[in-house]
Design a protein around this ligand. Sequence first.
Ligand SMILES: Cc1cc2nc3c(=O)[nH]c(=O)nc-3n(C[C@H](O)[C@H](O)[C@H](O)COP(=O)(O)O)c2cc1C
Length: 200
Amino acid sequence: MSFLEIAKSRYTTKKYDPTKKVSEDKVEQLKEILQLSPSSINSQPWKFTIVTSSEVKDLLATKSAFNEQKIKEASHLVVFHVISTKEGFEQLRMADAAEGSKMYYNNFLKPRSEEEVTAWLKNQVYISLGFFLAACGSMGIDATPMEGIDNLEFDKILNQDGTYKSTFAVAIGYRDTEDTNQPSHTPKTRAEQKAIIEIR
Ligand SMILES: Cc1cc2nc3c(=O)[nH]c(=O)nc-3n(C[C@H](O)[C@H](O)[C@H](O)COP(=O)(O)O)c2cc1C
């Protein structure tokens, strides 16, 4: 399938078939894909929790408002975390970074406020989300990106010590054939190209 075909066929799954599981082999591939996500200055300020335990998944589902059913019925839930603070990032990722990355960080990012740097860190994690969703599409895995989660409750359930904090999650699995959000049932809606793309 071409990338354009993947972009047209992937969609945010709203109803999963609870009997279908993503194979271990595919989960292994997804782990490698997450690891290979690109980021500015190769900063990689992320951590990913792949929830396979249905007990933990169900617990997280109860802290996910309108996403509860999707998480319960999906095969796995992948939680995306970001390093919480500028200091934490410097210790965990910059200490052993390539010289060019350190130079860029020290000159252009370090002088910025805690707020700006942590926003920049979060931006990097969103890149891995795009990469991951495209990968799922290419592997025939259905997915649901979710910002609609209770981040603090997620951190508690996943026993996080504060070094990282959860930002969003992606449920993965296989669609219920009746899912009405499938493009064949509900065509994708997007802003028109002329409103979002300029050619100069
Ligand atoms: C960062 C992000 C957060 C999202 N959060 C949710 C969510 O909590 N629940 C949900 O059902 N869909 C969520 N969505 C799905 C979007 O609504 C969806 O991607 C958008 O409407 C485009 O539709 P499509 O993905 O089917 O092409 C989220 C998407 C993104 C990229």
